[in-house]
Design a protein around this ligand. Sequence first.
Ligand SMILES: Nc1ncnc2c1ncn2[C@@H]1O[C@H](COP(=O)(O)OP(=O)(O)OP(=O)(O)O)[C@@H](O)[C@H]1O
Ligand SMILES: [Mg+2]
Length: 450
Amino acid sequence: MNLKLRINLIITVLLFLTLIIGGGMFTIQNARGNVQAEIASTAILALHMLDSEILAYSLNSGQVSPAYVGSGSTFQLNKLTDVRHLKIDFYDAHGRLRDTNQSRPSDDAPPKWFVSMMDTVTDEMPITKRMVYRGGRIVGELVITPDPSYEIAEVWEEMQGMLIFVGIFFIVVNILIYYFVGRALRPIDNILEALTDLESGKLEARLPKFTLPELSRISDKFNVMANTLEESIADNRHLTQQMIQVQEEERKNLARELHDEIGQHLTAIHVDASAILKAKTIEASKESASAIDTVARQMMDIVHNILQRLRPSGLDELGLEAALQELINGWKQRHKDITVKYSIEGLFSDYDEAVLITLYRLVQECLTNISRHARAENIQIILSQKNQLIFLSVSDDGQGFDTSIRTTGFGLPGMRERVEGLAGVLEIVAFPNKGTQVNIELPCITRGEK
Ligand SMILES: Nc1ncnc2c1ncn2[C@@H]1O[C@H](COP(=O)(O)OP(=O)(O)OP(=O)(O)O)[C@@H](O)[C@H]1O
Ligand SMILES: [Mg+2]
């Protein structure tokens, strides 16, 4: 069952219980009081009258008041059918019913359950009996029994009217509740629609402002989330494009170097080798061999440089500490005017290759950025580990920058990608003219753990 129907059902049940149990009980209780009061007052009046009739009957030697003259019965009780709340019976000395005011039963009798609810009103009202004497002899007995059936029928009639009114009210209220609950829950459909759009890749899906404050908060949060998602997907696309571009650039450089440097050198070796083969003197051969040796050495340097770019030298054989030391030393050689403080605490030999290469590349990019953008005089590099976390901090006292301005650079987003790819955290603290600090926190992933 959906939320709208469920809310409607709960409200309907509560309303029904309130109206029927609360209203019905109150009405019945009220009616019971009224019936009781009416019967009591009628009983007092009727008793008073009957007492004087009995007295007159006794004194007049069997004559009743002129009001009853002409009737066949002693007290002409059948004429008292208007006295509706009392059943008055006259039994003769032998206990036979001689006269009664009881009238015909009503056609529109209330249902039994209703009567049984109301019937108890007469429980507290006793049956009154009056012995009737004539000439010192018992003639019979008048028995006056409270009879709420008329009043109950009347209350039932009233209640039927009320039930019809309650029924109509109930239906109208229910329709209104259904309509308003539907209206109030309409934003949920919008939210579902927007989520489905997001799921199917429509990242521009946004929610409108809702009037309900709770739903409005949801819409605000959703929109912020969708913005972030859209931006990060755009960043990712940009990054991928950049990576492809960088890769292509790198391949082009390698191809050029292979062609220009290695190709030329190989040609030179080939020429020198041919010269040795054709040499007539040992001196001439030696000269060509020496040329080959020089070219081979130059080629070794070129290959070493290419490999260095492709993969940090020493990281595999010597470990991260030595590779970083070599990187920093090389950087210091090129930036003699900048003071570098470097400290490393802990052993980094057991870590996964991805962690080691990431740390190396992070330091490398930070150093490149410092030389390109910072104009710093002092830099500090701290690498440490504690509680299963690796901390790297690279700070400079250069000109800093405004981190809220997005740049087209590939370095910082690439660093973030690398760090987040290893479930780490990267923080850049930088302000214009106040230096830059790059803080990185990485989980300690040991070899084979990933
Ligand atoms: N240490 C720093 N000091 C001052 N500015 C910095 C520093 N590091 C980064 N920046 C600023 O942040 C920007 C973004 O850096 P990022 O490394 O992403 O790109 P880039 O260095 O310009 O280009 P590349 O894609 O080649 O790395 C830089 O252009 C520079 O303005
Ligand atoms: Mg950079």
